[in-house]
Design a protein around this ligand. Structure first.
Ligand code: KG4
Ligand code: ZN
Length: 350
């Protein structure tokens, strides 16, 4: 099945063409499958939003509307070589910024009409959840979902808008264990980066700066780490950094960055480890923009290795928003014979 997927939930305009062969939900041990990304284009609006220090929804919408036809043309011209054959069209319907979501949905509806193909509405968070299937170790090998001891799995989705811990019993059955009660962890990275005068989006910049700092220099709080639940809170940590900067005018930015990053990662890793133990997990998945953070990946890899568990994370480029993951979410949507309403659902949940 070839899926042309469109993602415009925030500030990335993305279109991907993905081929998925076989049935990932097949119970047969000999079943094989393959996910091949034929084309994956992302046009970032970072420069446009940078002066505002965050994403401006109406600007994002306008930019998506301008970029979508351009990106589709790029795919079309490249597709002469790979033969543009599409079976389904998929689009993110939520969660995200409503005006931004609508630009993708309207574009996808027109395309579906033009190509006379079915249109699948996909959940952005499911896209992140499934993005581990796009990693080489999984998608290009004879990796067997059924015979590998994959589940139960604990998935940590960490992005600019979400921080969610999920217990997966199978590829299509899961339960949300907890989520942030205030800021998402990516949002905290972005806000602390701004306090340190780093440019937007701050996550990658803060990580770069943190490399030169001492993560033990400042003992920032680890909010809710000791609580017996799987919820998170990052706004207190952010405020602790703000007060530290106010009270220590001669602060060392690299030490602040490294100590903040360490505190945030300690909470993420600590809660994930608690869930692994409580639910006897066989695997851990991390996804979302913050999962691009090398320190977080290293720690999760190390901890899962110690416990002899599988560890999956999408390749670095596919942690942040992209349309390839939306194609995979739509594929499962199709297998489950379910579809989302084809309208912007800014608060759609997992
Ligand atoms: O998944 P994503 O692209 O968009 C949302 O769905 O939100 O995530 C974007 C978030 C931003 O907050 C960004 O600062 C953060 O991911 N991020 C990082 C890193 N790369 C991106 N945070 C920490 N370290 C990184 N290397
Ligand atoms: Zn995202």
């Amino acid at each position: 099945m070839r899926i042309l997927a469109i993602e415009t939930s925030c500030d990335d305009t993305a279109i991907a063409l993905v081929e998925i062969r076989g049935n990932l939900l097949s119970k047969s041990r000999s079943a094989s499958w393959r996910i091949k990304i034929l084309k994956n284009l992302v046009s970032s609006q970072i420069k446009l939003h940078r002066p505002y220090g965050g994403v401006v929804p109406m600007l994002a919408k306008r930019e998506h509307e301008k970029n979508l036809p351009k990106i589709l043309n790029q795919i079309k011209s490249a597709s002469r070589r790979i033969k543009l054959k599409i079976d389904e069209i998929a689009v993110t319907v939520g969660p995200g910024l409503e005006p931004a979501l609508w630009s993708g949905i309207t574009f996808a509806k027109d395309l579906a009409k033009k190509f006379n193909k079915p249109l699948i509405g996909a959940n952005h968070l499911e896209g992140h959840l499934y993005s581990f299937l796009l990693s080489q170790k999984v998608s290009s090998s004879k990796f067997k979902v059924q015979s590998s001891k994959l589940f139960p799995a604990i998935a940590l989705i960490v992005s600019g808008g979400h921080t969610i811990l999920v217990l997966m019993k199978s590829l299509i059955q899961w339960k949300k264990l907890g989520e942030t009660r205030d800021d998402a962890v990516g949002e905290a990275f972005d806000k602390v980066a701004r306090m340190l005068n780093l440019s937007y989006p701050g996550g990658p910049e803060l990580e770069k700066l943190a490399k030169r700092g001492n993560p033990k220099a400042i003992n920032f709080p680890r909010p809710m780490l000791k609580d017996k639940n799987y919820d998170f809170s990052f706004s207190g940590l952010k405020t602790a950094v703000l007060y530290y900067l106010r009270d220590n005018p001669r602060f060392l930015p690299a030490d602040v960055a490294a100590s903040f990053q360490q505190a945030a990662i300690d909470v993420l890793a600590g809660k994930t480890l608690n869930a692994i133990k409580e639910f006897g997990a066989e695997s851990v998945l991390i996804a979302g923009g913050v999962a691009a953070n090398k320190k977080l990946r290293e720690i999760m890899k190390l901890e899962t290795k110690k416990l002899e568990l599988n560890f999956f994370a999408p390749p670095a480029k596919l942690n942040t928003d992209n349309a390839a993951m939306i194609a995979v979410a739509a594929y499962f949507q199709k297998l489950r014979k379910k579809n989302h309403r084809l309208e912007a659902q800014s608060n759609l949940n997992l």
